[in-house]
Design a protein around this ligand. Structure first.
Ligand SMILES: [Zn+2]
Length: 296
């Protein structure tokens, strides 16, 4: 055989061989992150998901089964200690045997500071808003970094990870263009959100957020703040106030009483969606639909 034919046969073999199954354990914290890692690991392995419950992931409390899952990991992806704060101790304890990737520190990510006035004066203002997966640009950088980490750990499958990265990137690039068109007409309609989780999404699509009901994810507003919010809804002609699946409607009903504002729902972590490679796109699409349905 000529050298060329040997090369061609080798290439055909390479393309025909199914990728080897991963023999290591990857653990992720929240569903959107799990979805991105699942997309990159498709046909090779399935990452584990820590936070499955419907509650807010801010300050999520560790269960004994979660601690076991963390101890079983070879590679962990989490947002970081300012977000899944109560996982920090358990994650720090496995650093000797597992690679731990703090997603909020990935180079090239767009990082915004936390917004909003905090009633108690204020070390919060320099903190990075941790909801950074809600930008397609960031999702692409995260997926790229995930691909690097997996390829380093599992060199046999690195061409497969790269193929998966390309198809993930293509699908979210197409989705972003679709959602751009869909959200265009809603861009100047003012709204309020429950907790300030959406600035990455809002800034990607030029949406007009006028504030958040909660001063922080776990801090309910007092009577004074509620009175201010009622004024804000009137003066800013707020079209819509968005709740989240895990929070009650009661506070919002008080805030919009006697105005034309509607109630919508935004889900920043895909609470109601089945975990897996498709979740990320579905979650972003659902956010766009919720904005359009309530604002228009
Ligand atoms: Zn949040």
């Amino acid at each position: 055989m000529t050298k060329f034919r040997i090369l061609v046969s080798a290439l055909i073999l390479l393309l025909a061989a199914p990728p080897a199954r991963a023999d290591f354990t990857v653990v992720t914290t929240i569903k959107p992150l799990h979805s991105i890692v699942s997309a990159i690991m498709q046909d090779i392995g399935t990452p584990k998901l820590l936070i499955r419950s419907a509650g807010s992931p801010h300050g999520y409390k560790l269960k004994p089964s979660d601690a076991r899952m963390i101890r079983s990991a070879n590679l962990i992806f989490w947002i970081g200690p300012s977000f899944e704060s109560r996982l920090a101790k358990a994650i720090n304890q496995v650093r000797a045997k597992a690679d731990v990737i703090e997603v909020s520190k990935i180079p090239d990510l767009k990082r915004y500071k936390m917004r909003g006035k905090h009633e108690n004066h204020d070390s919060h203002n320099d903190l990075i808003d941790p909801h950074l997966w809600l930008s397609f640009t960031n999702a692409r950088h995260i997926a790229g970094h995930v691909t690097q980490e997996l390829s380093r750990l599992d060199r046999t499958n690195r061409s497969k990870y790269q193929i998966n990265l390309n198809s993930f990137t293509n699908s979210i690039t197409a989705l972003k263009a679709t959602l751009m068109k869909k959200l265009g007409p809603a861009h100047d309609k003012p709204f309020l959100v429950y907790h300030d989780a959406f600035q990455y999404f809002e800034k990607s699509f030029g949406l007009t957020n006028k504030g958040a009901l909660m001063a922080s994810p776990e801090q309910r507003p007092g009577a004074k703040h509620i009175a201010e919010l009622r004024v804000l809804v009137r003066e800013q002609h707020i079209s819509c106030v968005f709740i989240e699946p895990q929070f009650s409607k009661k506070l919002v009903q008080t805030v919009i009483k006697g105005t034309a504002a509607r109630i919508g729902e935004l889900d920043p972590i895909g609470t109601k969606l089945a975990p897996g490679p498709k979740l990320y796109g579905e979650m972003m699409r659902n956010l766009a639909t919720s904005f359009v349905d309530c604002l228009m």
